[in-house]
Design a protein around this ligand. Structure first.
Ligand code: NAD
Length: 256
């Protein structure tokens, strides 16, 4: 379905981003990976699917490095057709104790990076006559939790940004949507499981159960594969009139 297209997935060396990148590669898309840590393993996993794969280590908190990433995509792949804004971090603390540098980093990586990639990639999509922008927001883009003020602000902002750009592009062949996962068992969430286990003196399995029970009525983690399948649908022609949505995959979290 996506043969000959190029997808940039930010923060795709791990977790949800890697799951989405693999799902798009299975549809034939060439993939540009980004993120910290081991890039060799993810690159090999994508290449094994028979598509072209590239990697750029831009720090998504830095506007200049984001511009270099998009320039790399233009030079090495002929532009970006599918943009998945996924890079994100978390920090948990009450607002009066929230480190100012963590606030700035969360807003930069989880929100402003999507502005920079979008403003730079959208003109090429419009010129080539097709595009998909998929913003990985969160259940926290729709509802709040205590101690996550920066994350909730960034994710609500990302949902608002999604709607605004979807309206600006509503008559074009470029669609813009957000995916709002509930709990997904990635390194980002395992840190919160570890903190709960330490706080409540329980083992890993019980900490996972309690974390889910607090928010996610299905009592199951959403998986990167499920999110990848939704991203593939949003890239399909059947989804060409799905615009400006914030689509929850959260086991009922935001239905409560
Ligand atoms: P993760 O920690 O497994 O992956 C995060 C990715 O972002 C990694 O590849 C990391 O290297 C990259 N990254 C972090 N800071 C970066 C930076 N400054 N520049 C470039 N890359 C950077 O986390 P995840 O759970 O897969 O999260 C992916 C996205 O999904 C995030 O936006 C997160 O907020 C969102 N999300 C996660 C969950 C969940 O339960 N895990 C739920 C809802 C939304």
């Amino acid at each position: 379905m996506l043969k000959g297209k190029t997808a940039l997935v930010t923060g795709s060396t791990s977790g949800i981003g890697l799951g989405v990148a693999l799902a798009l590669a299975r549809q034939g898309a060439n993939i540009i990976l980004n993120g910290f840590g081991d890039a060799e393993g993810p690159q090999a996993a994508v290449a094994a699917l028979g598509v072209k794969v590239g990697y750029h280590g831009a720090d998504m908190s830095q506007a200049g490095e984001i511009a270099a990433l998009v320039a790399y995509a233009d030079a090495a792949f002929g532009g970006i057709d599918v943009l998945v804004n996924n890079a994100g971090i978390q920090h948990v603390a009450p607002v009066q104790a929230f480190p100012a540098e963590k606030w700035d980093a969360i807003i930069a990586i989880n929100l402003s990076s999507a502005f920079h990639t979008t403003r730079l990639a959208l003109p090429g999509m419009l010129a080539r006559g097709w595009g998909r922008i998929i913003n990985i927001a969160s259940a926290h883009g729709l509802v709040a939790s205590a101690q996550k003020s920066a994350y909730v602000a960034a994710k609500h902002g990302l949902v608002g940004f999604t709607k605004s750009v979807a309206l600006e592009t509503a008559t074009s062949p470029v669609t813009v949507n957000a995916i709002c996962p509930g709990w997904v068992l990635t390194p980002l969430v395992q840190k919160q499981v570890d903190a709960l286990a330490a706080r409540e003196g329980v083992d890993d399995a019980e900490a996972r159960r309690r974390l889910l029970a607090e928010k996610q009525p299905s009592l199951q983690f959403t998986t990167p594969e499920e999110l990848g399948a939704l991203a593939v649908f949003l890239c399909s022609e059947a989804a060409q009139n799905v615009r400006g949505q914030a689509w929850a995959v959260d086991g009922g979290w935001t239905a409560q």
